[in-house]
Design a protein around this ligand. Structure first.
Ligand SMILES: *Cc1c(COP(=O)(O)O)cnc(C)c1O
Length: 380
């Protein structure tokens, strides 16, 4: 790293301001107000309405899935997706420790236990090689069902997360999951618009989920979506997230324990307007990523770019610094100069809820934990 002052002024110039620059702020430049007013005028502001249906259709097309279901937030989407993948109380789910807490929480909400397996250095997401090594050492198949030999528990899902919008090595991960008969569920909360070999992230697993929280690529205040290529699973997802109510003109009959996780029509109207603009937003982010890349190369700083065979959405852009000392200096100087930056998450097993969970050596996760810093990434 050459000169932090140059880096700070480059970011300020990129956003053409000397005022505070947030990490990621929403942009409402399309039909947001129109659709919102429309929704208010219609009085259908709550859980039934035309925008919910429209948004689900748009998401289905945008992700190339068979079915998309709009829900209240990404965490709820993940909770239900795991349940529909077959995760039950007392099971284990393989995931990465380098993630936002919602990934692990959604496992715990199902009464299941996360098992943390290392990430790859290049994708920063769950490593197929590490998953394979973990399963070879600790797992066995009994009647085609995968069990953890040390705990005796069933391993009922594998949950990779596409960190900051960079897709994990999906082909290899799918091969490993198939070998062990473990369903894949993708936490694509951060990767709307990202592609792996031309196909959308989220559409590879038995189920995938997205988030439309305020800091995500597109936002509707709060929101999420479940996608699946299995129509039956898709229908079950809609049923479960709408209180498992049997359709009837006036009777209330709920045929299982469901959830009130529907996305309100008010949020869906915003979501439709935002999703219409996704291509423009991705384009703007890609342009910023290009200029960051060239600039940071001159500075001798590793700016993370998409890998071969993938398209990243560049949700949150990041640099990899030499070590923790350099990282801490970078964080201090940028934030003191109103350029918001922040370190990648602390690993899940450092949190009290998850410090007892089984994990492998976590060499790569710990390396990245000390070095990765997010830099301002909003659409310009
Ligand atoms: C944002 C996010 C979620 C879901 O977040 P919500 O705020 O509940 O919509 C889940 N997993 C990851 C990795 C995320 O970044």
């Amino acid at each position: 790293m050459k000169d932090l002052k140059d880096i700070i002024s480059f970011i300020q110039n990129s956003y053409n301001t000397k005022e505070f620059i947030p990490l990621h702020e929403p942009r409402f430049r399309g039909n947001e107000k129109k659709y919102l007013l429309d929704t208010i005028d219609s009085t259908f502001v709550s859980s039934v309405g035309a925008y919910v249906d429209r948004f689900e259709d748009m998401m289905q097309v945008a992700t190339g899935s068979q079915k998309a279901i709009a829900v209240v937030n990404g965490t709820a989407a993940l909770q239900v997706a795991l349940r529909l993948a077959g995760v039950e109380s007392g099971d284990e789910v393989i995931t990465q420790a380098l993630t936002f807490v919602a990934t692990a929480n959604a496992i715990a909400y199902n009464g299941a236990i996360p098992v943390f397996v290392d990430v790859d250095l290049d994708t920063m997401g769950l490593s197929p090689i590490a998953v394979d090594a973990f399963l070879e050492e600790y797992a066995e198949l009994r009647d085609d069902v995968c069990y953890n030999k040390t705990s005796g528990r069933k391993i009922s899902a594998c949950l990779p997360m596409h960190t900051f919008g960079f897709p994990v090595h999906l082909d290899k991960l799918i091969t490993v999951c198939n070998k062990w008969n473990i369903p894949l569920v993708e936490d694509a909360a951060e990767s709307l618009g990202s592609k792996y070999k031309g196909r959308s992230t989220g559409s590879f697993g038995k189920l995938g989920i997205f988030s439309f929280n305020g800091n995500k690529t597109i936002t509707c205040g709060g929101g999420g979506a479940i996608v699946s290529n299995d129509l039956e699973i898709g229908k079950r997802a809609k049923h479960l997230t709408t209180t498992a109510k049997r359709p009837h003109p006036y009777e209330f009959y709920h045929d299982e324990l469901g959830y009130n996780y529907r996305m309100p029509n008010l949020n869906a109207s915003l979501a439709c307007a935002q999703l219409e603009q996704l291509p423009l937003m991705l384009q703007s982010k890609r342009e910023l990523a290009d200029i960051y890349h060239d600039f940071f190369a001159e500075q001798g700083v590793n700016f993370r770019t998409e890998l071969p065979d993938t398209k990243a959405n560049y949700w949150l852009m990041c640099v990899e610094l030499e070590n923790k000392v350099e990282r801490d200096l970078f964080l201090k100087e940028t934030n003191e100069n109103k350029v918001m930056t922040r370190p990648i998450w602390q690993l899940m097993y450092r949190l009290p809820m998850y410090n007892h969970c089984q994990r492998d050596d976590q060499k790569n996760a710990e390396f990245l934990e000390e070095r990765i810093v997010n830099i301002p990434s909003s659409v310009r």
